[in-house]
Design a protein around this ligand. Structure first.
Ligand code: SF4
Length: 221
């Protein structure tokens, strides 16, 4: 990528990082996925219990490989063989040391915006694990909450429903069925709908429980 463009993107990330710090979330700006992985390694302690939400970003950056390295006690839901086991892991996650995830969007005002179907991910980001590490590419950083709502309805949810092979309206049209209603929660009535809980993470009382690594690359969706 052109260095001038990369420098301009970095300014946006730095602005969002400052705003996140004002909201009591520790923020880092990384130029590359490798740099983001170094930060993740520095934040994790050997042997601690970790888990994660479903995330393309964790795989693309290499953070998933760190999680699976054997250095940590990884509560891995992909190892569950029944819905009951999956549910048990989701509940155990509340007691883990560190939960890793991306965020659907991050505003330049320092807010995280996440939309979830099962809501295990938004629940763990909000409460439970001692620490939360969020890794997000520059494409997730948007101006404000309205832009975040729009981004999820136009990009995140349609791409995720295609990835998961779900027969939702957004998977076939590329945008949410509720896109033009002006209502955050408007959408389809599909049984497999992935938009059920809408969570904005603003100012945190538990300072630095949430750590956010903003990466100057296009990652996930
Ligand atoms: S509410 Fe339904 S149509 Fe809208 S983005 Fe979510 S899954 Fe897609």
């Amino acid at each position: 990528m052109d260095n001038n463009l990369k420098a301009a993107y970095r300014k946006h990330l730095e602005k969002a990082a400052k705003a996140l710090e004002k909201n009591n979330m520790q923020a880092f700006v990384a130029d590359t996925s490798e740099e983001a992985c170094e930060i993740v390694r520095s934040l994790l302690k050997d042997g601690e219990q970790i888990s994660c939400g479903g995330s393309v970003t964790l795989s693309e950056t290499g953070v998933m490989d760190i999680m699976k390295s054997g250095k940590y006690d990884f509560l891995d839901r992909s190892k569950a063989t029944t819905p009951e086991e999956t549910g048990e892991i989701y509940r155990k996650v509340f007691f883990c040391d560190t939960y890793l995830s991306s965020s659907n969007a991050i505003t330049e005002n320092g807010e995280l915006y996440n939309v979830d179907g099962n809501c295990n991910r938004v629940a763990a980001i909000t409460f439970g694990p001692r620490r939360v590490i969020i890794i997000a590419g520059r494409n997730k950083v948007v101006r404000d909450i309205n832009a975040a709502i729009d981004y999820v309805k136009r990009v995140s949810a349609p791409a995720n429903t295609v990835r998961l092979g779900l027969d939702t309206p957004c998977a076939s049209t590329g945008e949410c069925a509720g896109i033009n209603t002006g209502n955050m929660c408007s959408g389809c009535k599909n049984d497999r709908r992935i938009c059920c809980g809408y969570v904005v993470t603003g100012f945190q009382r538990d300072k630095d429980r949430i750590k956010v690594i903003l990466v100057n690359e296009e990652l996930g969706y």
